[in-house]
Each structure stands twice: as C-alpha cells, then as structure tokens.
Design a protein. Structure first.
Length: 812
C-alpha cells in the first residue's frame, strides 16, 4: 500500500466492507476506524515476519511485565513508523477528508497513571526500533485512568470509556484464553517416586483473554507485540438461575470475574484497593507466564534453558507475584527440585524500582495473600526461610540484620515486602536515575546492597524521540533534519550534538524561536477548542505538568504565582515591571488523595482571580486545562519555555517529563533531584536554573526539627503570600475554604516547600533576567536540545541490554 491509489482502495474497502457504509453515509468514527485498519494492514506483514525471524533464531526475548502502559494515541505513531503520512494525507484529501480531523477521533489508551506507565510505552517502542525481541505483558483495563473534569475548580472523576466506540488497534484471541486460579487450599502428597510434593486446590478461576497490540519499530520492518489480558468468567452465566428470573444472581460470577480487568487502579501514592489489586496483579502475571511457557517457547522445551530464552523484567513490584508463580509452575507442575527451580528463577527475573517514598513500597498482608494465593504464600515463606539461613550463616548472631532483611515483617501486621522478594529473586535491581540508584543502595536496601554489591545497578530513564520530538514537534524536527542533513537523529539521538555550533548562529536562533512561537500558537488554538481557555501567545510559557503529589510541590509553583500577584496588588512592584507569563498546569490527583485535590482547587481559584483582575492587566495568566494526558502533553511540551521540575531533593526517582521538555528546547528550573541531576550535568550549569536544598541538606533540616511556621514568620514576603491565601482573597472572602492547604503548609509541610521558597524566588529572578535576552535564551535552549540525546529511551535500552538482559537484536 505504497501509492495514494492503493491507500484509497484499502481505505474504501475498510469503509464499505469493514464498516458496511458508503463514504457519504459514514460517521467520523467509521472513517477513523477504516483509516486505522487500512494503516494497520501495512504493519501486519511485518509483524508476522518479525515473529517468524524471532522463532527461527531462537532469540532470547524480554518479557516486560508491567501493570501499566500509558500508550498515547496509536494512529500517528503507526503512520510515522510506516512512513505513510504523506500518502494518507493526499489520499484522504482526494476523498475530501483530512487526517487532522480523523486523528482527533482517537481516544488514547490511558492504561497507566503517570511516569511508570509511560516509561513502559517508551521502552517497548525503543526495543521494536532496535529489533530486540520483546513482548510487553499487561492488563487490558476496560476503563483506563479516569477522565478529569473541574466543577467549581474541584476535580471530579469520570470513567474513561476508551473502548466505547471500538478499538481498531487490538487483535483479540479468545481461542487462546488461559485459566487462572485463585483461593482454596494446598495439600501435600507423595508422588510415584516417593517424593513429598504439594498441590494447590484452588477454589475459583477466571479466564484471561489475550488482546494483541502491534508495537511498530521506526521504519525498520519490525513489529513487536504488546499482549494485554482481559478477564472473563469461566462459565458465562447460569441459565437455570436466569430462567428462574434472578438475573442479578445469574450473572454474578461473570461480573465478579470481569471486575478483575475492569479499571486501572488510579492510586499513585499508597497501595490501597487491596484485594482487587492483588487479583489484578496475579491475574496478568499468571496469564503471561503460562503464555511464555506454553505458547511462546517451542513444545517440549527444556526448562533448564529458560534463562537463555527469556528475561522477565519486573516494572516495579506490581508483577512480583510472578516469582512464586514461576516457582510453583516449575516445582509443583513440572516436578522440578526446589533448588534447580530457584536457580532458574533467579536468572529469569530482574527488578526495577521506581520510588523512594517508603509508603509507596508495596506490602501485602499475609492474611490476604494466603486467602487469595495460599500456595504462593507457602512458597514465599520457603524462599524467605532459605534466604534467612544464608544470612544467618553470613552474619552469625545478627538478629537485627535478619529482621531487617526478612521478606516477612510482623509490624504492624504480618505481611510480605514485595520489594524484598523482588530483590532476592532478581538477578539485578535497578533504580531509574543515577541519584535514585545511589539512594536505593544507601537508604532503601542498604543491607541487600552490602550483601550483593553487584546486584544493584542504575539505568537512567529515557523517552522515545519518535513520539516526543519527531511526532509532537514537527517544526523543530524539520529544522533539525535540515540542519543535520538527514533524519538519522530519530534513531540516533546523540547526533543532536551536531546542533551545538548552530547555537551561536543568529539566523538559526531566529528559526528556532519561530518554531517555538508557532508551537505556542498551536497550543493556544488547541486550548481554545478543547477547554475554552484563551492564552496570550507572545509571553513566556512556564509549564508544570505531572501527577499532583505533595513531594512534587505544585504548591511551591503556586506560591511563586501568588507572590507575583501579591506584589502587584500591594503596589510593591509596578505592573509594567512584571514579566508577562502564562503559567500552565496539568495534573491529576488520586481520587482519595484529599489534600492533592484541595491543591488543585486552590490553583484553579488563584487562576480565576488573577486572570480576571484588571490590576494584573493580563500580564499573568494561569491556565489549568483538565484531564492532562499523553495527547495533551504532546501539545504542551513543545510550546514550553520553562520546565518546572521542583520536587524536594531525594523524592523524585527520576522524572521523564523533565527530559521531554529539555529535548524540546525548554529550560529547566529545578532542584537537584532525580534525572534533573544528569540533565544539568549534560546541558551545563549555565543552561539550567538550579535551586533548593540538596538531598543531604534535606535530611539535616528534618533531623534538626523543621518548623515551617518559623520560616513563614521570618520571611515577610512569604508571610504576605500565605496570608493572602488565608484571607479568603481567592475564595470570595471565605477564609475556611483553603484552610486545609494553609495549615498543611504551616503546620506540617512534609516536603519542605517553605524551606525552599526563597531560593525558588531567587531562581525565578534569574529566569526573568535570562528571558529578557531572547538571543541568549535561544542559545541556552538550543544547547539543551543538542545535549539531551542521552535521554533517548534507545540509550536506556542499550543499558538494560548490556547490564541486565543480554538480549541481542535479531538479524535479517
Ligand atoms: C514514577 N513512578 C516516578 N509510579 O515517580 C518517576 O520519578 C519516574 O520517572 C517514573 O516512575 C518512571 O521511572 C510512578 O509513575 C506510579 O505511577 C505507580 C502506579 C501504581 C501505584 C503506585 C505508583
């Protein structure tokens, strides 16, 4: 399907025979689906060929186990991968249609909460582009991350019916459904060889139906697979009960089973929702392991060779129940000896940790685990017992060490520390940025890293340059291609270094600025239609987009905005002296995270007041479009001048938004945290606005006994700013409205917002001074682009392959 005519024929076939409509009678959805199916046809032959090559070459593959994939829209990515965009534009044009219109019909699959899920999507993109065999395993949530709306500034969550109008990108295979068991008890017995064995007698089961998605490599003829599991009842419904008229009871089992893949767990702070979430985790992991052993590997495969053929990468602790599941399969079902099975298991897993917050380290109550997965709990106990014997031998008499390293803890209740299980089972454990990996070794797993120094490693996160530069920023991409002479940078991002000399070229800077200006226009248009938000386009765009979390400190950004406003209305500065800026926010709060929702409401209230106050004369604008997602990120990031990465040092594991902004020519104002550290090292101190306490200072400040109220009392501007919020100025005089946020800041301030406030204001002054010189600002921005090639997820994949996976690319 390389010519315009071929495309038109393919499209019309899909419309007429796939959808059963004529062009004249078709809906936009019909046309979108026909288009997607015409495009996907071009990928299918490559997909089959990739699978065949992989099989022939008996290649080792990565089985990426992740509860989340935040994919973003598929159509544009498929067009880019196949190089079909122009043919399609022309073909649609000949039919009186536009690609722009049809791409707007796609609802993005929001099967993730934030960074962790988006990272998984970037990684599978890179592996496909690098011809490395990978199968991504996850859950096909019927409802993805909630759709956020604001009512009176307050976040309201709506279910995300992303599948409602049909999904042309998935291939369901109900005939390959696998059965997953739950509950019941275990039983020991003696087998025919006189060996003591255990069998699991489960109480109930569900089926997992695989839905395959194509993961196209960029113009390399490869397509990898993403296999998402959907839960279905083993028996549809009870006809006898149905006929007797009890319709609810008749479908109870069905409803119960299908709930397992019903909805993405939207909690991004502490694990809750408990039982269903554990069901989800075991469900997808059990399906995936069975799929590998029974469908992907050849029949009669010698399982002692399993580590030569697959590495299961655990994307955080969510899939860690795969460890006892593999042991169960090898020992109970395949009859292997424990030690042999354990040796295989230890080589087949590796674990990535994505957090430093102790409350985010997953722990399962032994009672719940034992009820849902009794055999797995026994296996975990046995793994722990053998491991603790080893530790006892290594550190005789050190009871404290044993307690510290045990997978099982008894406080506050008997429970299983999944991160410890992953660490013990995994061949490698990695953090997601240099600082994070160091802190993991020193603070989270100190005993383990002393015992196994070589097990711990770092792989700094990355982002795919296909989606986050080539697709999302066509203007800058064109400028880069023209300047470098070819498009090779799209798969070799280090080549952006070649831009460096152009940073000093006034004509190049001018063009670079023109791209940014055009991107602002585009964003402004998107926000008018999407949200009825009007933005000035000739001002600095200062952007903070990420999940709402106290440690990320959206309140610090807010205090800066309120400070500027307070200085205007109190007459401390003349409004003409205020640098015009638009502040853009995007953030979802976990539905049960009360204070985060209060902060969202406060941002909206401040925005409403400032945007409508004539004293401001339009110099400051606050915009908070609802429902920040990948699609919106693709518009916001290319338009940004300033990237806000202001978490408390030592709390943000890496961040990946920070990389996307820098790669798109925004300058960062940021703390010494996560991957900011590496961004600053690469782009240079002069091209990064660093502020705030360093991680050791944070520790020291807390150890000394931090008192936010004394900071407030000793800083008159901070006091005036907070008092303005407390006065009810942003809440029609209602002083109680934002009292929770104010008292949280003054009374607790767990993430030291007030302690970093003065330094942040000072850094913002440096930003203003730099922005006042457009030529120099452009130079800095260009250097950011030129020096961020390191943050390609292709490089992250090279590091995973070298340090952890050892999975070469396939050939031919
Ligand atoms: C994020 N974690 C980190 N977790 O916060 C961020 O620094 C890092 O860049 C990113 O991972 C990728 O490594 C994150 O997004 C979640 O969303 C979990 C979802 C499930 C519940 C617990 C949080």
């Amino acid at each position: 399907m390389h010519t315009v005519d071929e495309f038109i024929n393919g499209f019309m076939d899909e419309l007429n025979f796939g959808r059963g409509v004529s062009l004249a009678r078709s809906s936009r959805n019909d046309r979108y689906i026909a288009l997607s199916k015409a495009v996907r046809q071009n990928l299918q032959a490559r997909w089959m060929k990739t699978l065949a090559r992989q099989y022939e070459q008996q290649a080792k593959s990565v089985a990426y186990l992740s509860a989340e994939y935040l994919l973003g829209r598929q159509l544009d990515n498929a067009l880019l991968a196949t190089g079909m965009t122009e043919v399609v534009e022309e073909g649609l044009g000949a039919l009186g249609l536009t690609l722009d219109d049809l791409r707007g019909q796609e609802t993005e699959p929001g099967l993730g909460n934030g960074g962790l899920g988006r990272l998984a999507a970037c990684f599978v993109d890179s592996l496909a582009t690098m011809s490395v065999p990978c199968i991504g395993y996850g859950i096909r949530y019927e409802y993805g991350i909630f759709r956020q709306e604001f009512e009176d500034g307050w976040q309201v969550e709506h279910s995300d019916r992303w599948l409602a109008l049909g999904n042309p990108w998935e291939f369901p295979h109900p005939e390959h459904a696998v059965t997953v068991h739950f509950g019941g008890s275990t039983q020991t017995y003696t087998d025919e060889n006189g060996r003591e064995r255990t069998r699991w007698l489960p109480a109930w089961d569900v089926q997992g139906v695989p839905y395959n998605y194509m993961v196209p490599g960029y113009r390399n003829g490869r397509v990898n697979t993403l296999r998402l599991w959907s839960a279905r009842a083993t028996r549809a419904f009870d006809l006898r009960i149905f006929n007797a008229g009890d319709y609810v009871e008749a479908v109870r089992a069905q409803t119960f089973a299908e709930n397992i893949s019903k909805v993405l767990y939207p909690e991004d702070s502490t694990p809750q929702g408990k039982e269903l979430r554990l069901q989800q985790q075991y469900f997808f992991v059990a399906c995936s392991l069975r799929d590998q052993l029974e469908n992907v590997l050849p029949k009669q495969f010698d399982l002692t060779k399993l580590p030569d053929r697959v590495i299961f990468q655990l994307n955080d602790t969510h899939p860690v129940i795969a460890v006892p599941e593999l042991m169960r399969l090898l020992v109970d079902e395949k009859g292997m000896e424990w030690d042999d099975a354990w040796a295989i298991t230890q080589k087949c897993f590796a674990y990535t940790c994505h957090t430093l917050l102790p409350e985010a380290l997953e722990v399962w109550s032994a009672e719940l685990l034992g009820k849902l997965l009794p055999r797995h709990l026994e296996i975990i106990y046995k793994i722990n017992e053998i491991f603790l014997d080893e530790i006892r031998a290594a550190y005789p008499g050190d009871e404290i060490k044993l307690r510290r390293m045990s997978i099982i803890t008894d406080h506050p209740e008997r429970s299983v520390r999944m991160a410890y299980l992953a660490t013990i089972a995994g061949s490698k454990v990695n953090g997601v940025a240099a600082l994070h990996s160091q802190l993991l070794r020193d603070k989270v797993f100190p005993e383990f890293s002393a015992y196994w120094p070589d097990k711990f490693t770092n792989v700094t996160n990355g982002i795919t340059p296909r989606r986050f530069l080539r697709l999302s920023n066509p203007g800058l991409s064109e400028l880069i291609t023209e300047t470098l002479g070819d498009e090779g940078w799209v798969t070799d991002l280090d080549r952006l270094r070649e831009l460096e000399p152009h940073a000093d070229d006034p004509a190049f800077r001018e063009r670079f600025r023109a791209v940014k200006a055009a991107n602002k226009q585009t964003l402004a248009q998107v926000l008018v239609t999407r949200d009825s938000i009007t933005l000035p386009t000739d001002v600095m765009y200062d952007v903070m987009v990420k999940r709402l979390h106290e440690y990320k400190r959206q309140t610090l950004k807010l205090l800066h905005i309120v400070t500027l406003y307070e200085q205007i209305i109190s007459g401390k500065i003349a409004v003409e002296d205020v640098m015009p800026r638009a502040f853009l926010f995007g953030a979802k709060a976990a539905p049960g995270y009360r204070i985060a929702k209060e902060i969202i409401a406060l941002i909206n209230a401040v925005g409403k007041t400032i945007n409508n106050d004539p004293q401001v004369q339009g110099r400051l604008t606050v915009a908070f479009p609802a429902n920040y997602n990948v699609t919106l990120a693709e518009r916001l990031i290319p338009a940004a001048d300033l990237s806000e990465q202001i978490s408390l040092a030592g709390k943000e594991a890496s961040g990946t938004g920070n990389m996307k902004f820098a790669l798109n020519g925004a300058l960062t104002i940021g703390t010494d945290d996560g991957a900011n550290v590496e961004i600053r090292e690469l782009v240079g101190d002069d091209n990064f606005f660093l502020f705030g306490m360093l991680e050791p200072e944070v520790e020291a400040t807390i150890a000394k006994g931090y008192s936010p109220v004394s900071v407030y009392e000793s800083d008159p501007q901070l006091k005036a700013t907070i008092d303005l919020i407390a006065s009810g100025h942003f809440s029609d005089g209602d002083r109680n409205r934002f009292e929770p946020v104010v008292s949280n800041l003054l009374g607790e301030d767990r993430f030291l917002t007030l302690a970093d406030y003065a330094a942040y204001l000072e850094a913002q002054k440096r930003v203003e001074a730099a922005y006042a010189d457009p030529d120099d600002w452009s130079r800095k921005a260009i250097l950011n682009v030129a020096r961020c090639g390191f943050f390609s997820s292709d490089r992250s994949m090279v590091d995973y392959i070298d340090r952890i996976w050892h999975t070469p690319a396939i050939t031919q």
